[in-house]
Design a protein around this ligand. Structure first.
Ligand code: AMP
Length: 283
């Protein structure tokens, strides 16, 4: 596996590969890799000649500095995992390489409601930071296809919109959420849970599954109230939002008219750790 930390070097290397006519699959990550990330790597390997994984904890997408400071960083282990999965290239730049001093980070795109609801509401500026880094990384890697997890469903919607709006020549591939055997969505943040919290965490997905079972049988507003009540039954879980929304516009649903489009989204705090998950209600 080739390892790069400099933008120009990885660009030069990939340029030669692209000139040979090879396809590039790209998996952007913030490291602390787990099976969720590895699923994306495997898929990319199946569908492309070369797979590139980036590892960069993007400071400008964190609206909470403590969250940024506590974000797990396990580069050596990540590198080994990528090596074992025969990833071809790892690109792990330093902050100064991605954001040299004095550079202005502006992306002139209006995301409508996509970056204003749910994660956008509770993490102001988050998607702007995500969009900037993803655009920068796409410019560097020039992937044929880029792989993102449905675990971060709203992020996926924002990125699809970005690609469409800027007419970027990359295919965005959505991948299913990979879960622990007890249903907990895999996340780098799970390592920050205490044992007691880890035992409670699968409740989040159980509630989403219960909501899915009830979907369509009672009005949307009642189901939302029911979901919130279920979360609150567990005093360790502090709900930030629970929404039922459209999978493209992300706007809250008022009825079941376009039910195949609907997804339930949840964000909760478990102790100090913020966890998100979602479920497609009719697929
Ligand atoms: P992150 O390192 O958390 O920024 O995630 C990098 C990519 O991995 C994003 O596209 C995530 O949606 C995806 N991802 C993270 N966790 C999972 C999971 N449990 N299942 C599928 N994809 C995931």
């Amino acid at each position: 596996m080739r390892q790069f930390t400099r933008i120009q070097e990885v660009k030069d290397y990939l340029k030669t590969e692209i000139q040979k006519g090879l396809t590039i699959g790209f998996v952007p990550t913030m490291g602390a890799l787990h099976e969720g990330h590895l699923g994306l790597i495997r898929r990319s390997k199946l569908e492309n000649d070369i797979t590139v994984c980036s590892i960069f904890v993007n400071p400008i997408q964190f609206n909470n500095q403590e969250d940024l400071a506590k974000y797990p960083r396990t580069f050596e282990q990540d590198r080994r995992m990528l090596e074992e999965h025969a990833c071809d290239v790892v690109f792990a730049p330093e902050k100064a390489e991605m954001y040299p001093d004095g550079e202005i980070y502006l992306l002139d795109i209006e995301f409508g409601m996509l970056d204003k609801v749910m994660e956008g509401k509770f993490r102001p500026g988050h998607f702007n930071g995500v969009a900037i880094v993803v655009k920068k990384l796409f410019d560097i890697v020039k992937p044929t296809r880029a792989y993102f997890g449905k675990k971060d469903f709203q992020q996926l919607a924002v990125i699809k919109y970005l690609v469409e709006k800027l007419e970027l020549p990359v295919e965005i591939i959505s991948c299913e959420t990979i879960r622990e055997p007890d249903g907990l969505a895999m996340s780098s943040r799970n390592t920050r849970l205490t044992n007691a919290e880890r035992n409670i965490a699968p409740k989040i997905y159980q509630i989403l599954c219960d909501v899915k079972e009830k979907a369509g049988t009672i009005p949307v507003s009642e189901l939302k109230e029911w979901g919130i009540k279920k979360i609150q039954e567990n005093p360790a879980l502090r709900v930030e939002y629970f929404e039922i929304g459209d999978k493209q516009s992300l706007l809250p649903a008022e009825n079941w008219k376009y039910k195949n489009q609907l997804v339930a989204f949840i964000a909760v705090f478990l102790g100090e750790v913020r966890l998100i998950d979602n479920i497609e209600l009719f697929s």
